[in-house]
Design a protein around this ligand. Structure first.
Ligand SMILES: [Zn+2]
Length: 275
């Protein structure tokens, strides 16, 4: 992979997106090409990890980098430039991974995979050597999810901030790749319209993999709980908005004190997460 590919990726993305995407997608002619210095550093970082990282990290990161190159060729026609891939905690406590457009030291494109899903210890996965392969499959799926974010951050420039990155164009990429993998379709993170009963792309592809895909390494009840929690939170937020409106009306009418509705919503969410 070279600097030339980085420049081509940006230009390619602009043309393809403009021609094929829906009205949600702005033209990405302003998506900046990745500076050659950044490309070279990302490639040197990968080379360092594969050659010199501590064995525990090196073995896992080698696997993840191999998957990254495989997926880039298979699903993104080689348009992506290799990112920094780290075994490190994502920004959000509940996230399994993330793809930051800017790394902690100011370079472009950093993918973090939560270590506890690889080594065990995370409540979603089973610990122990017997489940190591299944945990790696799970981590590879987290990587694939983050690569869709990388694609939109660096190629199309469409990051769908109002959907926390999980809007129509993210969903479309998940469904395009999902069709190649034989996976069922997903919806955006907002349950609306005809697609509202489909699983959310926020948890793709974990939430559409067959139950035995992770070789028993993923706690099935926890996987379902992830979806339940997302639905519960969405319902609670909607209920919160309705309550706020009702409270405002009552206060206007009578001028009396009412309970803190945010507290009510929080209780609702916590109950849902614990169920
Ligand atoms: Zn995501």
């Amino acid at each position: 992979m070279t600097a030339r590919r980085a420049a081509v990726g940006g230009v390619h993305g602009a043309g393809r997106v403009t021609e094929t995407r829906s009205q949600h997608v702005r033209a990405s002619a302003d998506t900046p090409a990745i500076p050659p210095e950044h490309v070279a550093h990302r490639q040197a970082f990968e080379a360092f990890v594969l050659e010199h990282a501590e064995p525990r990290h090196r073995d896992v990161l080698r696997f993840l980098y191999e998957r990254w190159h495989e997926y880039n060729e298979r699903f993104f026609t080689g348009q992506l430039v290799v990112p920094y891939i780290l075994l490190a905690e994502p920004k959000m406590p509940s996230a399994l991974g993330d793809c930051a457009p800017v790394s902690g030291f100011g370079a472009r494109s950093q993918i973090r995979i939560r270590p506890s899903i690889v080594f065990g210890g995370h409540p979603l996965v089973r610990s122990g050597a017997a489940f190591a392969e299944g945990r790696l499959r799970f981590a590879a799926d987290v990587l694939l999810h983050e690569m869709v974010h990388q694609y939109h951050q660096e190629v199309t420039g469409v990051t769908e901030d109002s959907y926390s990155g999980h809007g129509p164009v993210f969903r479309d990429e998940c469904n395009r790749i999902g069709a190649l993998l034989g996976l069922p379709p997903v919806r955006t993170c907002k349950a609306r319209g005809r697609d509202r009963d489909l699983p959310s792309c926020s948890h793709w592809p974990h939430n559409v993999r067959p139950p035995d895909y992770y070789l028993g390494a993923v706690v099935e009840r926890s996987r379902r709980r992830l979806e339940l929690s997302a639905a519960t939170i969405a319902a609670a937020l909607a209920a919160d908005a309705e309550l706020r409106l009702a409270v405002a009306r009552k206060r206007a009418e009578r001028g009396i004190a009412w309970p803190d509705v945010s507290e009510l919503a929080r209780t609702h969410i916590e109950r849902g997460v614990e169920s």
